[in-house]
Design a protein around this ligand. Structure first.
Ligand code: NAD
Length: 491
């Protein structure tokens, strides 16, 4: 069994308390690695190292050089993407088809933000003060604490790390306790790419034992977080004590809205991809299907037919469609929500129970599940399940679809299926979500901003503007000649 230590100051570092926890393969149930169990001492060490690097070596690296380092890192990621993708699957049980593509694609974030590193420009302000020159400069914040969820560890990290490093910050990363290995393995590439030691550090462990001290540390300048809204709220509250900025990428309960005028077969595939891809363990899951009442029964028949054919089993096989649930608590949570939905009067038309059968190891599979007769005020429609459970809600008009779509505390994403361009524009304007997809679903890119409205988050990741999340603006005033004006009044 392999042992993984923290990565601090460019070297593998044993946990200060000498403790380790097990990491498990969600498909086989096998414990396959031991991971350092960090604590506040490890965080103190890592943050101090990252701060010293920020003030020292890293501050001497010019923006163009930072960009070249990130671009070099991107080529190393491409070289290693198969190995990294397999590690992700071993740790989080998601499909190799998805994780392999994801680890390859994440190189693009480092390349894109590498290109942006030397294009961060302030402005010369047309000053109204005679003889005073005024300009602005963007400056990095310092040590960024990055806390990530278990569902896509390296991709969620890239969304934070690439812009943060391009902007000149340093980092201390806290991956999920369920999926720490890929992030710890990834750290070795920073040495190979030529980053100075201490610029990027990773401390593994539990949320309260490692994440919280990282938030509280006086030298942590910002937290970039991806996870549940509950943990996000706790982090936000603690950050407020320090008046520290945060970006929060939180959960969702996204509506996928199908109109009668859409290309129905394409919409069926979009709805399936929205809820059953990644076994529903994705923040952008289209977990509420809003379907026009005139096509409701026919549409439900079609999605049931396609979902029934999904191949459930080994996530390492290229043709598997649905893999295991990543964690035991998550598995229990999904089954509990199935019971809640049934108790509240929803009708289960597909699945609704654990899955067992040929090609299935372990005991953490849930059948793709579809509920009809769902009212939007039921818990199954209002709360994030994070599993392969679809709630179907009929609507009568565009106005009603908007009202139901927006009647939720979350606002991460929404899907719209229609062939009417006017309707597409109206819906994309009226839906209160950070991302609206029309006639597609689950599209993300390094070049497009991503983030949540309402309780789904704060700030944006990806796209040019997201680099500003890791910068602060300074205004500089330079008098062209010294003045003896009255010192008791404002200049
Ligand atoms: P989680 O909130 O339980 O944990 C996320 C991370 O926060 C982990 O590393 C955990 O150890 C840490 N953590 C937990 N409590 C903490 C605390 N008090 N202080 C500091 N750190 C703490 O979430 P999860 O179960 O790992 O991930 C699933 C959730 O993530 C879902 O809600 C999903 O929607 C969300 N998510 C959001 C996005 C997005 O981009 N919006 C992407 C992926 C996942």
């Amino acid at each position: 069994m392999k042992t993984y230590n923290h990565f601090i100051n460019g070297v593998s570092t044993q946990p200060s308390a000498g403790e380790y926890f097990n990491t498990e393969n969600p498909y086989t149930g096998e414990i396959w690695a031991k991971v350092a169990r960090g604590d506040a001492n490890d965080i103190d060490k890592a943050v101090n190292i990252a701060h010293a690097a920020f003030e020292g070596d890293w501050s001497q690296v010019k923006a163009t050089e930072r960009g070249k380092l990130l671009t070099h890192l991107a080529t190393l990621i491409e070289r290693d993407c198969v190995r990294l993708g397999e590690l992700e699957v071993k740790d989080n049980g998601k499909l190799i088809a998805e994780m392999g593509a994801q680890t390859k694609y994440l190189a693009e974030w480092y390349r894109y933000f590498g290109g942006l590193a030397d294009k961060i420009e302030g402005a010369v302000i047309p000053s109204d003060k005679p003889g005073i020159f005024n300009f602005t400069r963007y400056e990095p914040l310092g040590v960024i604490g990055m806390i990530t969820a278990w569902n896509s560890p390296l991709l969620l990290l890239a969304w934070k790390l690439a812009p943060a490093l391009a902007a000149g910050n340093t980092a201390v990363i806290k991956p999920s306790e369920y999926t720490s290995v890929s992030s710890l393995e990834f750290m070795n590439l920073f040495n190979e790419a030529g980053f100075p030691p201490g610029v990027v550090n990773c401390v593994a462990g539990y949320g309260v034992e490692v994440g919280q001290p990282l938030v509280d540390h006086p030298l942590t300048a910002k937290i970039a977080f991806t996870g549940s809204d509950g943990a996000g709220q706790k982090i936000y509250e603690r950050a407020a004590r320090k008046i520290m900025p945060v970006t929060l990428e939180l959960g969702g309960k996204s509506p996928n809205i199908v109109f009668e005028d859409s290309d129905i077969d394409a919409a069926v595939m979009g709805v399936i991809s929205g809820i059953f891809a990644a076994t529903g363990q994705t923040c952008i899951a289209g977990s509420r299907l809003l379907v026009h009442q005139s096509i409701h029964d026919n549409f439900v028949d079609k999605i049931v037919k396609v979902a029934k054919q999904a191949k459930i089993g080994d996530p390492m096989l290229a043709d598997t469609n649905i893999g295991p649930v990543t964690t035991e608590p998550q598995y229990k949570k999904i089954l509990n929500y199935i019971e809640i939905a049934k108790r509240d009067g929803a009708k289960c038309v597909l699945g609704g129970k654990p899955h067992d059968g040929p090609g299935v190891k372990g005991n953490r599979f849930v059948e793709p599940t579809i509920f009809t007769g769902v009212k939007n005020n039921m818990r199954i429609a209002q709360e994030e399940v994070f599993g392969p459970i679809l709630s179907v809600i009929p609507f009568k008009s565009e106005e009603e679809a908007i009202a139901i779509g927006n009647d939720i505390i979350f606002g991460l994403a929404a899907g719209v299926w229609t062939n009417d361009i006017g309707r597409a524009l109206r819906m994309s304007e009226k839906l209160k979500a950070g991302t609206v997809w029309v006639n597609t679903y689950r599209a993300v890119s390094f070049s497009s901003p991503f983030g949540g409205f309402k309780r789904s988050g704060q700030g944006r990741e990806s796209g040019q503007t997201s680099i500003k999340e890791f910068l602060q603006l300074k205004s500089v005033w330079i008098a062209q000649k010294t003045s003896t004006a009255n010192p008791f009044i404002m200049r």
